[in-house]
Design a protein around this ligand. Structure first.
Ligand code: IVH
Length: 683
């Protein structure tokens, strides 16, 4: 079909199924080709607006013919519906990890062992060791059917819906250069580029969320979002470097396999080389160690592999590591600098953390000037004082650690660090809790209030744009906000007086605050900063109680009926809500006219609102069973309570079965479960 035909949607409301299927296939092919040109080959044949028009037409046709949506549809890249949990699945072949060393001596020994078995004619393939999140990608008949995290090496989490959102990952193998095999399991690394990582962290800090520690955590955290739409917003890439299994193609060597991966449209690590001697390996390692700061992604060493694939079987593996490969790691990046001051930072929960403020120094391409010293015991153990020279390290982590003090004989040192007796922010006497120090002045301490405001306004919270650390600080210092509810009384006239604000930004912030009164219940519950209530628990509470009053009044037992809430958590939540000052503050906020929406429920299914718990093994995979329940409007939760409607017991059921019997919850075997889904034998 021509581009014009693909863009012409005048007859779309009269299409029959067959014709729709034909057009949808053509649209998928065209969209896939242009996405590959753009993301992988870095060129563009059509305008963005044309791409968008094709995309929207496919989306509309998929809405009209939902059963014609295929797993390689580019529309899946924007992110599917959120999941309750990831399904655990087995890898096609185990994903081993690599034995690793930093010593050239070990590389020589590795080479000797390899030569003893294979003889002297050995070729190695050398690759950068990417510091990201390892992933298995399974393609059947050329279509991506599964993406699985490494997990424990035998089984991992099914993150297919999330992986599909990574623009450079082929949903279908490119067959223009080489036919797709019947089965391909490839291994790669999901990465976040350093530039993207720093931008993301900056955004998170501005929004008051906790930044990621390093690009690896950020990549793996992004990949493991239950809501694929969140993953879709994260700038991820995936580089593929290994064929784990293939059916319908053969490769003599690893470099041929890599060539095929390239032909099929995968992005691969750069600077892959072949080598025949240890000296060549050492030179490659040295060159990469020198250049690694020029890359826009983290590598923590190089990987040495025997190039010949048949040698993999000959050399075999220990229970953890293949004997045909070795990771040759770089030294962590270290620098020496001086501590100018040890400052104290008071967080939202009152925790007081000593922070080393250092003379700025470049460590692996990133300027470092502060490092947490964690707590007073840590400072004492490392014997660190103001004015000391220290060695700091950044082992892939952007947030550096103070490794040790560097001795300077003859130099007079400053006094030992002492945690003050009173809070640096409010003057209240500090409390010790093990090695940690807390300011107990929850309601008057300006530092805690600032932290609380930033958390409330953060992206996963009420998502108030423009209300970050700096603004929160000003609002508290000027006495404009004494508790959260005061936010809603702010006027543009007040804000315009603050440094950094103009009329437009002042109005915008007030508007954003007012708009936030209409929000999701889960965001509000998260934003309150209740102990134990992170994003997940907040979502569960909102889905379970559906109303803020119901949460505020819930008994400990009722709280424990919520998925993921145990007795310790419920007690801490209850203690917070029972505190009269907390309660007063919450009421003040609610009195500002908040409209809190419970999460949408799938309506109209035969099992609408029913709660299921699975125990034991079924003949269908858990994930399928769960999807079937959800498609019928039900929900799957992990623990049995009085509110459970059905327990589905497979083979070897666990303690949940006993609990169900005790509570009188109906128990179904697999047959009865399937019958119920069919709308047959019910209660
Ligand atoms: S080969 C059986 N090559 O490093 C070994 N691994 O423990 C197959 N990694 O998480 C892995 N870059 O995912 C190989 N070029 C590369 C790699 C690489 C990064 C990861 C791997 C694993 C860790 C090694």
């Amino acid at each position: 079909m021509t581009l014009d035909e693909l863009l012409d949607q005048s007859g779309d409301d009269r299409l029959d199924r067959e014709e729709a299927a034909r057009i949808m296939e053509a649209l998928r092919g065209e969209l896939t080709r242009h996405a590959r040109l753009y993301y992988v080959e870095d060129r563009q044949e059509i305008d963005d607006s044309v791409y968008d028009a094709l995309f929207r037409r496919l989306q509309r046709l998929e809405e009209a013919f939902p059963d014609l949506v295929t797993p390689d549809s580019p529309t899946l890249r924007v992110g599917a519906d959120p999941l309750e949990a990831f399904e655990t699945v087995r890898h096609v072949v185990p994903m081993l990890s690599l034995d690793s060393t930093q010593e050239p001596e070990d590389v020589r020994r590795f080479d000797e062992r390899v030569r003893r078995v294979l003889g002297d004619d050995v070729v190695y393939i050398l690759e950068p060791k990417l510091d990201g999140a390892s992933i298995e990608l399974v393609y059947e008949q050329g279509v991506l059917v599964r993406a699985v995290t490494r997990g424990n090496g035998m089984e991992g989490e099914d993150v297919t819906a999330n992986a599909r959102t990574i623009p450079t990952l082929p949903l279908r193998l490119d067959e223009s250069r080489r036919p797709a095999p019947a089965l391909l399991a490839a291994r790669g690394e999901v990465l976040m580029y350093l530039s993207a990582f720093e931008a993301l962290n900056q955004r998170m800090v501005e929004q008051g969320a906790e930044p990621y520690v390093n690009p690896r955590n950020s990549a793996s955290g992004s990949l493991r979002q239950l809501d694929p739409r969140l993953t879709a917003e994260r700038p991820l890439d995936v580089l593929v470097y290994d064929v784990l299994a293939v059916d319908g193609a053969t490769f003599e060597t690893d470099h041929e396999a890599l060539e095929a991966l390239g032909d099929w449209g995968f992005r691969r690590p750069k600077r892959i080389e072949l080598a025949r001697t240890v000296d060549e390996i050492l030179a490659y390692h040295e060159a990469f160690a020198r250049d690694r700061d020029d890359l826009d992604y983290e590598i923590d060493g190089v990987v040495i592999k025997v190039d010949e694939r048949a040698a993999r079987d000959v050399l075999g593996a220990t229970s953890h590591h293949p004997r045909w490969a070795l990771a040759f790691k770089f030294e962590p990046r270290k620098e020496v600098t001086r501590i100018e001051r040890i400052a104290l930072s008071v967080g939202r929960t009152g925790r007081v953390t000593p922070v080393a403020l250092m003379r700025p120094v470049m460590v692996g391409g990133v300027t470092v000037s502060r490092a947490s010293l964690h707590n007073r015991e840590e400072v004492a153990r490392k014997d660190i004082r103001e004015g000391d020279l220290v060695r700091i390290q950044r082992a892939g982590d952007v947030i550096p650690q103070v490794v040790e003090r560097v001795d300077e004989p003859g130099r007079e040192r400053g006094p030992e660090f002492r945690m003050p007796d009173t809070c640096p922010a409010c003057g209240a006497p500090l409390h010790q809790d093990g090695p940690a120090t807390f300011c107990p002045n929850r309601f008057e301490c300006p530092a805690q209030l600032k932290g609380g405001i930033v958390h409330y306004a953060s992206r996963p919270g009420l998502d108030i744009e423009g209300l970050g650390q700096e603004t929160a600080e000003l609002l508290v210092e000027r006495g404009l906000v004494r508790e959260l509810s005061d936010l809603y009384d702010l006027t543009p006239e007040q804000l315009v007086e603050l440094p950094g604000f103009a009329e437009k930004s002042a109005t915008a912030l007030v508007d954003a605050i007012q708009r936030s009164r209409h929000t999701e219940l889960a965001r509000f519950l998260y934003g309150l900063g209740i102990p134990e209530v992170g994003q997940t628990v907040a979502r569960e509470l909102a889905a379970h109680f559906r109303d803020v009053r119901a949460v505020l009044e819930a008994t400990p037992e009722e709280l424990e009926a919520v998925d993921g809430v145990g007795p310790v958590m419920s007690a801490r939540i209850r203690a917070f809500l029972d505190d009269s000052r907390n309660r007063e503050h919450i009421e003040h906020v609610l009195a500002k006219g908040l409209v809190l929406e419970p999460p949408e429920e799938r309506e109209g299914g035969p099992l609408e609102g029913k709660r299921f718990v699975f125990t034991g093994s079924l003949s269908i995979p858990r994930g399928r069973a769960k999807a079937m329940v959800e498609a019928a409007g039900g929900r799957v939760v992990s623990s049995v309570s009085g509110e459970t409607d059905y327990v589905v017991a497979g083979e070897d059921p666990g303690s949940k079965l006993a609990k169900a019997e005790k509570l009188g919850v109906p128990v179904l075997d697999e047959t009865a479960f399937l019958a119920l889904l069919d709308g047959g034998a019910g209660e």
